[in-house]
Design a protein around this ligand. Structure first.
Ligand SMILES: N[C@@H](CCC(=O)N[C@@H](CS)C(=O)NCC(=O)O)C(=O)O
Length: 238
């Protein structure tokens, strides 16, 4: 039996959540190493250890990281491809670019609150962040949503790739959930133009195979440490 070890910062959903949704939906057992207690080898120290482990032939650069025996995989999109096979959520018509495109948008969302530098606190870049969010919420966001609305229209089944749900659908679900947390006002205005994206989000949220997980403490809530942060001054006003 494969033992899947996930490594990701234990205090935020971030990029780590994308593969967790797939494993939970597919009922694939895994160990969330950094969320174990420090005494049991978990915590932030576990992430630091695997990043720096000298014996690894292919050292991972940044979390999320997946370890399966001697195999160590990093990069969210690559990890998602790998676990999607195990969870039987892979796309038969190979279309890896969808998940990568969704994950690219995370960089843009991060840059709304940290437009100058990741090393500076939000409070040190508040004015440029307000400017950046305004630009994002009044243009870039719509072009990205319009793209996925078109993709779902073409597939004609309510999903991104085709007949059934596949792993990019979970990525879009998580992106839209995070945007709802970060920008509730903007999203309530913008999403009326993307009904297929809204319907996909609802379909994933209501999946019986995911409901138990979404209601559990394993599902980390969005918070102010993550990629999706709620600063009222960055949202559109009602
Ligand atoms: N493109 C990479 C980005 C990885 C990344 O930025 N990871 C963040 C957490 S979400 C991190 O901890 N980075 C640490 C670093 O850049 O040193 C991916 O999708 O996995």
């Amino acid at each position: 039996v494969l033992k899947l070890e996930l490594y990701y910062w234990p205090m935020l959903p971030g990029r780590g959540e994308f593969r967790r949704l797939l494993l939970e939906d597919g009922n694939v057992p895994y160990v969330d190493v950094a969320r174990e207690s420090e005494d049991a080898g978990g915590g932030i120290a576990a992430v630091m250890r695997i990043r720096e482990a000298a014996e690894l032939l292919v050292p991972p650069f940044a979390p999320p990281i997946l370890k399966v025996g001697d195999l160590v995989i990093a990069q969210t999109a690559v990890v998602c491809e790998y676990v999607a096979e195990l969870a039987q959520l892979h796309a038969k018509t190979r279309a890896p670019h969808y998940a990568v495109t969704i994950l690219d948008i995370l960089d843009e969302v991060h840059d709304t609150h940290h437009p100058l530098a990741t090393s500076l606190a939000f409070e040190q870049q508040r004015a440029p962040a307000i400017r950046a969010s305004n630009e994002f919420l009044n243009g870039r966001l719509q072009t990205r949503l319009a793209y996925f609305e078109r993709v779902i229209t073409v597939s004609a089944r309510g999903w991104i790739v085709g007949e059934t749900i596949t792993y990019p659908d979970f990525a879009l679900f998580q992106l839209l959930s995070g945007l709802d947390y970060a920008f509730p006002c903007a999203m309530s205005k913008v999403m009326v133009d993307y009904p297929l994206c809204v319907a996909l989000h609802d379909s994933v949220r209501r999946r019986p195979s995911l409901a138990g997980y979404l209601a559990s403490t394993r599902r980390l809530p969005f918070n102010q440490y993550g990629i999706f942060r709620h600063y009222p001054e960055l949202d559109l006003t009602s």
